[in-house]
Design a protein around this ligand. Structure first.
Ligand SMILES: Nc1ncnc2c1ncn2[C@@H]1O[C@H](COP(=O)(O)OP(=O)(O)O)[C@@H](O)[C@H]1O
Ligand SMILES: [Mg+2]
Length: 229
């Protein structure tokens, strides 16, 4: 899947008699080759945009088209299959299961899924790819923050998604570790051709992306192709 197009995308949350417009009439499209940074202050709608694009939630108004398909109008199972095939998620809080080893955590997306490759071999391969071959048997509590995020990245790519949606993946890491995580994602973009949407608070990391989208108060404030190499 090569192009994601959001048209007139709006997401409202209702509760306690109040209504919050998290995303307000957003029009954006993304090409798979791109590494896009999304910046903006807290509450501007970045996470909501990512969860809509990742099919974790449905818009109140507007559409998202994936190549030519409007997946969100399909059944729950179809949406889940699509998500499994196409999308990998990485979060600020690594969301690793504390009682599972790195290898077991990485394998979790494949539970109850039929795949045309050997699951264990694939898990070892992605852990090697993120530089953690020597930590396969470690529990999350035995790993540093940067290592835990690398396990989470391995888990996000095990099913070979075409897109990686990363919501402040370096938010809990020191600058140097954050830069390493950024480089790993950049490599996945360049070598594997993964489209990357990278939400960050860090202007230095954002400035290294191909494209920088800035959000404010639930709308897109600017959308710039970066001059960075
Ligand atoms: N599940 C939800 N229920 C109610 N309000 C929400 C929910 N998720 C997000 N919001 C609201 O939507 C707005 C945008 O939130 P969010 O997308 O998380 O922003 P960001 O990721 O940029 O910090 C905020 O005002 C937030 O409080
Ligand atoms: Mg957020």
């Amino acid at each position: 899947m090569n192009v994601i197009a959001c048209e007139n995308l709006t997401k409202e949350f209702e509760g306690d008699g109040t209504k919050t417009v998290a995303i307000n009439n957003v029009n954006l499209s993304f090409n798979k080759g791109e590494f896009t940074a999304i910046i903006g202050s807290s509450g501007s709608g970045k996470s909501t945009l990512l969860s809509l694009i990742g099919t974790l939630d449905k818009p109140s108004k507007g559409t998202i088209t994936y190549d030519t398909e409007e997946i969100l109008s399909k059944s729950k199972n179809k949406i889940a299959d699509f998500r499994f095939q196409e999308i990998g998620f990485i979060f600020q809080q690594f969301h690793l299961l504390p009682t599972l080893t790195s290898l077991e955590n990485v394998l979790t997306p494949l539970f109850s899924r039929k795949v045309p490759y050997n699951k264990l071999e694939r898990a070892k391969e992605v852990l090697k790819q993120v530089g953690l071959s020597d930590k396969m048997g470690a529990l999350p509590s035995q790993l540093s923050g940067g290592q835990q995020q690398r396990v989470a990245i391995a888990r996000a790519i095990i099913h070979k998604p075409s897109w990686l949606l990363a919501d402040e993946p370096t938010g809990n890491l020191d600058t140097e570790t954050g830069e390493r995580i950024y480089s790993l994602l950049k490599e996945l973009n360049e070598v594997e051709g993964c489209g990357i949407l990278f939400v960050t608070h860090d202007p230095a990391l954002a400035s290294k992306a191909n494209r920088i989208i800035s959000m404010k108060d639930s709308v897109v404030l600017s959308d710039k192709v970066s001059l960075a190499p």
